[in-house]
Design a protein around this ligand. Structure first.
Ligand code: PAF
Length: 282
């Protein structure tokens, strides 16, 4: 497995792969890999000859008050896991390699990015769209795989790819949970034992809310979301949002809505967690 630290080396590999007629898949990550990320590599391998995993804690998607400095990192472990899962290369640049000091060009999706996490993290998706565009230009993949855990991010990337005509197929892989149904996230490492137990309220309450919505209908969504908020607060979660929106548009559902995205974000201690579930109405 190759490890590239510079844009030039990564681009040379991409050019050689294209010349050799190889199909390349990209799995963009911020490292500290868990089974959720590894499932993306497995899916990527099914769709391509070569899988490139990018490991880059992207500073532009963190606000100054967020956890950029303490975001967990363990490159050696990530490298071993990528190798075991059959990745062909890792692209792991420094921030100075990815961003010129005076960079003034950004990629900004202006509609979906204002919903859900975008309300409390207003610069987040600009950072994500910009870095993912850069990665697309550097790795030049045929396919890129993102996780449904970050449902809003996946929607925004799909929209960006459509709007900017990136010739890349986007695959969204199912959310992976631990044996207690906690959605896997690198940030789970921050949780102490009590917070880990408390955080199970997220999946528990959205699973119950899904059943409730399916039995009583979309008219009751506001009151069901309130119940979820109360439940999360009971387990010491500080709710950012609980929303149930049209899964394609992130608008309020209507009679025409085919599928709902029930999404939550809450803090346990200082750790902000997100979770979501899709609800098929057809
Ligand atoms: O989902 C993530 O880990 C990040 O937002 C991504 C897509 C790697 C961009 O930095």
């Amino acid at each position: 497995m190759e490890i590239f630290r510079t844009v030039q080396d990564m681009q040379n590999f991409a050019t050689a792969a294209i010349r050799a007629g190889k199909k390349v898949a990209l799995v963009p990550t911020m490292g500290f890999l868990h089974e959720g990320h590894l499932s993306l590599i497995d899916i990527a391998r099914e769709h391509a000859d070569l899988v490139v995993v990018s490991i880059f804690v992207n500073p532009t998607q963190f606000a100054p008050n967020e956890d950029l400095d303490k975001y967990p990192r363990d490159f050696q472990r990530d490298k071993d896991l990528c190798e075991l899962r059959g990745a062909a290369a890792i692209f792991a640049p420094e921030a100075s390699e990815m961003y010129a000091e005076n960079q003034t060009t950004w990629v900004y999706e202006e509609k979906l990015s204002t919903k859900l996490c975008g309300k409390s993290r207003p610069i987040h998706f600009r950072g994500v769209c910009t870095v993912v565009s850069k990665l697309f230009n550097i790795v030049r993949p045929d396919v890129a795989v993102f996780g449904q855990k970050d449902a809003q991010q996946a929607l925004i990337i799909r929209r960006m790819v459509r709007d900017l005509n990136f010739p890349i197929e986007i695959i969204v892989a199912p959310l992976v949970r631990d044996k207690n149904n906690l959605a896997l996230s690198s940030r789970n490492k921050y949780l102490d034992e009590n917070q880990q137990k408390d955080a199970l309220v997220l999946s528990r309450s959205i699973f119950a809310a899904k059943e409730a919505i399916l039995s009583v209908g979309i008219g009751e969504i506001p009151s069901i979301c309130e119940v979820v908020k109360t439940e999360i607060a009971k387990f010491h979660g500080i709710v950012d949002y609980v929303e149930c929106l049209d899964s394609e548009t992130l608008e309020e559902p209507t009679e025409a809505t085919k599928e709902l995205l029930l999404a939550v974000a809450a803090k346990f201690g200082t750790t902000r967690l997100i979770d979501n579930i899709l609800i098929n109405l057809e």
